[in-house]
Design a protein around this ligand. Structure first.
Ligand SMILES: CC(C)(COP(=O)(O)OP(=O)(O)OC[C@H]1O[C@@H](n2cnc3c(N)ncnc32)[C@H](O)[C@@H]1OP(=O)(O)O)[C@@H](O)C(=O)NCCC(=O)NCCS
Length: 154
């Protein structure tokens, strides 16, 4: 299915507690260090901006943004493995940035694992710029890994 056919059926909506179990299953398949059910529940109860994109009742991706004053911190964005590399991540990130702009955020920030070529590729593609490196920020199976810090002025 082409991206435009996929997007014809895709909606963006708020995440709700009933989504969490399904999202955790996706999370375990796509992340090296997946968020737990509690992480998503905390994000919802803390009033973070939590969105899902969904087609015909099936969640294809989700994003979590922590917002403070005029800064939005992108904590998680994921696309279901089978739907990756079709342009959906670019579309969903764009929609998430639009949401942030609509609530008067001026800047979006994120950290990404240095080894996460897909996410780094996506963020660069969308226009994020690298503003720093946090040494040993993430844990790995055999030690620590640096995080690249990126920003986008909304
Ligand atoms: C990162 C992620 C959201 C990208 O979603 P996606 O739908 O596959 O991305 P898209 O198809 O929209 O790709 C957009 C651009 O990103 C870059 N990109 C995406 N996947 C890539 C990969 N595997 N390697 C290199 N660049 C990649 C490319 O520039 C791509 O453009 P192109 O296809 O025209 O070359 C997805 O890989 C994912 O869910 N990964 C697991 C979770 C994760 O790591 N999230 C980010 C940290 S929270």
């Amino acid at each position: 299915m082409s991206l435009s056919q996929l997007l014809d059926h895709t909606i963006l909506r708020d995440m709700n507690p009933a989504d969490v179990a399904g999202i955790v299953c996706i999370e375990q398949r796509v992340h090296v260090s997946p968020w737990s059910c509690g992480n998503f529940t905390d994000a919802l109860t803390s009033n973070y901006v939590c969105k899902v994109c969904e087609a015909e009742g099936e969640i294809l991706g989700y994003a979590v943004l922590m917002v403070a004053v005029d800064e939005a911190h992108l904590l998680n964005i994921s696309i279901v493995a089978e739907y990756q590399r079709k342009g959906l991540g670019r579309w969903f990130l764009g929609a998430t940035m639009k949401t942030a702009r609509a609530i008067n955020m001026r800047r979006m920030l994120l950290e990404v694992r240095l080894s996460n070529a897909a996410a780094l590729g996506l963020y660069r593609d969308v226009g994020f710029r690298e503003i720093g490196l946090r040494r040993g920020y993430y844990s790995t199976d055999n030690g620590r890994e640096d995080a690249v810090v990126m920003e986008y002025l909304l």
